[in-house]
Design a protein around this ligand. Structure first.
Ligand code: CU
Length: 335
């Protein structure tokens, strides 16, 4: 606990430093409960210490008077916690209703899908309801991009096992359960990058299933949406060669790379070059650098070797240097 307390304040995953109104709502309840518990804790320890010193065993000291079955005390220590819980229930229940409220009418709607071991984000044109299935405008992975000062309604689900979606400074934690879609509200006050983590043990690479929420101001967000909606540019040169390799090696069987055309096993790569992080946000594309290219080639050549349990096909080092160069050039052109 001491070591955890020494962690720097800006480690990015801190529920106690909320950066948006929904995270604040949860933090406020914690704050109240903490201070009540802290006062009680200090009182209990004080009484305990006094009792230990004053009534400790001394030679010739009889057993103290026993209080077992004392009706007044039994009633007292049953009623006191009940009253405390009743007090805490007021803000808790109020907050539960607030967090379950309908989002504002200008909200952004995103379906969040947990996969072993990465998060997919499908941007919807409207709110999903019992008798309305919204259209998916585009899909992205690992980086959830949101506007500041607007409600973001996330519809959290999973396609395989139970995951848990958690960006500590922007919202609470929501289990992602296959076959269920649970709405969760998120909001960010300031532009920035907010780190998160899958919070439900979901398999071998659970710890490698990170997430990042990126908040832009309204203009920045609109520009990003426009770029995601734009059709991918036609590749040229080495990238064109890479497109052919992409088709030939069956990459397209798992990865959509030309818009949103249905759900696939792997992340949508239509605009992959607009993202910084990949493979559950554990690697940095570092586009245009030799280190970035080397890491990406290592990933494509042998994904499960780079990330244990990754469900991407293991090409087990069968790809040639020329194929890998062409694939990286192709991916780099998906801006
Ligand atoms: Cu997970």
């Amino acid at each position: 606990m001491l070591l955890a307390g020494c962690s720097s304040n800006d480690n990015g995953q801190n529920t106690l430093k909320p950066k948006g109104k929904y995270a604040e709502t949860a933090d406020n309840i914690w704050e109240l409960a903490f201070w009540i518990a802290a006062v009680i804790g200090v009182l209990v320890f004080l009484v305990l210490i006094v009792a230990m010193i004053k009534f400790r065993h001394r030679p010739g000291n009889e057993n103290p008077k026993q209080v077992h079955g004392n009706t007044a005390m039994e009633i007292g220590w049953t009623i006191a916690p009940a009253i405390l819980l009743a007090i805490l229930a007021v803000p808790s229940v109020k907050s539960i209703f607030e967090l379950a409220d309908d989002p504002a009418s200008n909200a952004v709607h995103v379906k969040v899908v947990g996969h072993q071991y990465w998060w997919e984000y499908q941007y919807l044109d409207s709110e999903p309801t019992d008798d309305h299935t919204p259209e998916v405008l585009f899909a992205t992975a690992n980086e959830l991009v949101i506007p500041t000062e607007r409600d973001v309604a996330l519809y959290v689900t999973s396609i395989d096992v139970i995951h848990s979606f958690w960006i500590p400074s922007l919202a609470g934690k929501q289990d992602a359960v296959p076959g269920r879609e649970v709405r969760m509200l998120m909001a960010a006050d300031e532009p920035g990058r907010y780190l998160g983590q899958c919070a439900e043990l979901c398999g071998l690479s659970h710890a490698n299933m990170r997430a990042v929420a990126i908040a832009y101001d309204e203009a920045g967000y609109q520009a990003w949406v426009e770029a995601q909606m734009a059709p991918p540019v036609a590749p040229t040169g080495l990238a064109l060669e890479g497109e052919a390799v992409f088709a030939e090696l069956g990459c397209a069987g798992c990865h959509a790379a030309a818009g949103f055309d249905g759900e696939r096993l792997g992340p949508n790569l239509t605009h992959v070059a607009s993202r910084d992080l990949y493979a559950g946000a554990i690697f940095d594309f570092a586009w245009g650098t030799p280190e970035g290219a080397a890491q990406l080639q290592a990933w494509i050549a042998n994904a499960p070797g780079e990330k244990p349990g990754a469900t991407m096909r293991d090409y087990a080092g069968t790809l040639t240097g020329q194929q890998l160069d062409a694939l990286v050039a192709y991916l780099e052109s998906r801006t």
